[in-house]
Design a protein around this ligand. Sequence first.
Ligand SMILES: [Zn+2]
Length: 160
Amino acid sequence: MTNFRIGFGYDVHQLKEGYEFWLGGIKLEHEKGAVGHSDADTLIHVICDALLGAANLRDIGFHFSDKDPKYKGIDSKILLKEVMALVRKEGYEIGNLDTTICLQIPKVNPHIPEMKKCLATVMEIPENNISIKATTTENLGFVGRQEGISAYCVALIYHQ
Ligand SMILES: [Zn+2]
């Protein structure tokens, strides 16, 4: 059991008109999109942070600075691939991920199978090891007012 480690990730992005809405590696059709230095894929960012946390490798901002023009508008799938390489370099493999997306609209549920497929390909792990859940916040707070999106992830990794 001592080979197992757990990590946790949390992230928020603002939603605004005129931005693309990337989530879980796919593009959602919506009048608003997520604002950020990268493509602002909140789900991928929490997965990266949970994996880095599990391996005690700091956080996503430490590895990919939002001041660095190299990462401006970058596809977060590239960041996730790099995080996987960092974690695997330390001798870890992924057990499973469990995530929750908090978004008022649009509905996330119809897109979950495609997100899982996309993330499994990027991370080179079975789809069965990736859980994606979605909830609204019952119209409460910044998520409820459709001003932003938040997400959470826990990840289990183990030493090979
Ligand atoms: Zn983010």
